[in-house]
Design a protein around this ligand. Structure first.
Ligand code: NAD
Length: 485
């Protein structure tokens, strides 16, 4: 039996949430369903006053929210999780429509982000740590920062929002979510459901145009920016945040290498390797962006990944059995097409046509580029779509150098039946996460972050709440015993 709906939520009207209230605006934007290119609903663009009111309400709410105990905050967030539960299907449908994510994957995101993430983050604890010194006792405690802006990309609109606001709120901060204007719908509704459960101003959401992000990153009353998005925007945010020394967590792009050793079981490994590249239509930060296959098995493995790629059904997000939906937006679609066209112009061999499959949506046939040179666009850029290069390698030293030859360092995969070899390779990769004998799978339960230009800091894991705190140390002497030194 479906859980009872305790509040009435209208999934066709969208609002900013300012100081606990729904607010519309004089100006609107709207997204597109990437499967059909049809307009989706209007969403209000926050005005300068809406933004200022939201920040001031969050600042005011912080005074009392930060004084509640972790336990009290956990209880309220669990109540919020219960209120979301009847709407998980509706939220999944919104993700399906705004991203073009195949239905099963969209509903999985809703469940993972809005049920499992709540379960994980609301059960985290944060204790003071006591250290005995020679002449004193130290207590290390973690204080919330103030108002946090959670700036999100379009590819996982619910997952990215809850990964940020849940540990942020558990720490005692107040949070303003800023979804991507390409996919604002599910995050707006999710935050709307919190109202009436969390005190006004504790969790807000603002949709905006290009002005909103910079306004948040330069505002003196915002203490931390928790950001996921491109490297280019991450650099702008770091620069803006430096002016007021805001705390920043930057989760940025990747150009992740998958390294396939010669002893793998080709039939078993190949379908997973290629799914690691094309999952979510290739629009995953920690997804395979380059495939390096040992030269001894290169032709057989290439054929096996090509066969697996051909078996993935490409189509509209609500069609049955679809693995690969459309690219999410026209800008990204044009980028993927231009990388494909560059490969064609350079004379690279391609498997798959890069063709427009359905004129209505932003569909792109999954494509493998066979042995492009190391300096070609398809190898050096984050393509973020269903096109991936495949190259042979001969020595470990060579493949490690090739894999590390990127400004980015988010993740990687190594496939080998020899765990010593896999570990030896993995330890030499300059990336945040290495998956051995699996495609990359991000878990909220484990810290996730990038090396080099893929970011600063980590998200998730048992220490997630601390990443939304400053450390304070209390030094306890027995009264009158303190020495001058
Ligand atoms: P993007 O950088 O274009 O936008 C991300 C967010 O930043 C959006 O909400 C956008 O409106 C906002 N923004 C844009 N300019 C801004 C500015 N000057 N100041 C403040 N905010 C600004 O990224 P995108 O296209 O939405 O997402 C795709 C990128 O995100 C890819 O590179 C992908 O790898 C990366 N990503 C990284 C992670 C991670 O955890 N490492 C997760 C998801 C996506």
């Amino acid at each position: 039996m479906a859980p009872a709906r305790t509040t009435e939520v209208d999934f066709t009207q969208f609002y900013n949430i300012v100081n606990g209230e729904k607010r519309s605006s004089k100006e609107f934007l709207h997204g597109f369903n990437p499967s059909t290119q049809q307009d989706l609903w209007d969403v209000p663009i926050a005005s300068a006053k809406d933004i200022e009111d939201t920040i001031q309400a969050a600042k005011t709410a912080f005074k009392s929210w930060s004084k509640t105990t972790l336990q009290e905050r956990s209880v309220l967030l669990k109540k919020y999780a219960a209120a979301i539960k009847p709407y998980l299907g509706d939220l999944g449908d919104l993700v399906m429509k705004e991203i073009g994510k195949p239905k099963g994957f969209a509903h999985h995101e809703a469940h993972y982000a809005c049920a499992e993430a709540f379960e994980f983050f609301t059960n985290l604890t944060l204790e003071d740590e006591v250290v005995q010194g020679e002449d004193r006792e130290y207590v290390l405690r973690y204080q919330p920062l103030g108002v946090v802006a959670a700036i999100c990309p379009w590819n996982y609109p619910l997952g990215q929002a809850t990964m940020k606001f849940l540990p942020g709120l558990m720490a005692g901060n107040t949070v303003i979510v800023k979804p991507s204007p390409f996919s604002p719908y599910s995050a707006l509704k999710l935050v709307e459901i919190a109202q009436g459960i969390l005190p006004p101003g504790v969790l807000s959401v603002l949709n905006g145009n290009d002005n909103l992000g910079p306004l948040l990153t330069t505002h003196p009353s915002i203490a931390k920016i928790s950001f996921a998005g491109s490297v280019a925007t991450g650099k702008k945010i770091a620069e803006a945040a430096a002016k007021t020394l805001k705390r920043v967590t930057l989760e940025l792009g990747g150009n992740d290498a998958t390294i396939v050793c010669k002893d793998v079981d080709i039939e078993k490994a190949a379908p997973q390797v290629i799914l690691g590249a094309f999952f979510n239509t290739g629009q995953v930060c920690a997804g395979t962006k380059r495939i390096y296959i040992h030269e001894d098995i290169y032709p057989q493995f290439l054929e096996a990944i090509a066969k697996a790629a051909r078996s993935f059904k490409v189509g509209a997000s609500d069609a049955e059995g679809v693995t690969i939906g459309p690219v999410q937006n026209e800008m990204q679609y044009n980028k993927v097409k231009s990388i494909f066209e560059d490969s064609k112009t350079q004379g690279h061999k391609t498997i798959g046509n890069g063709a427009v499959i359905d004129k209505k949506g932003f569909f792109f046939e999954p494509t493998i580029v066979d042995q492009p040179p190391a300096n070609s666009r398809i190898v050096t850029e984050e393509q973020f779509g269903p096109i991936v290069p495949s190259m042979p390698w001969s020595t470990e030293e060579e493949v490690i150098e090739l894999a590390n030859d990127s400004e980015m360092g988010l993740g990687a995969s190594v496939w080998s039946n020899d765990l010593d070899q896999a570990t030896r390779i993995a330890k030499q990769l300059d990336v945040g996460s290495v998956h051995i004998n699996s495609m990359e799978k991000v878990s909220i339960k484990i810290p996730f972050g990038g090396h080099k230009e893929s970011g600063i800091g980590v998200e998730g894991g048992p220490g997630a709440i601390k990443t939304y705190c400053d450390l304070q140390v209390l030094h306890y002497y027995k009264a009158g015993d303190a020495q001058v030194h």
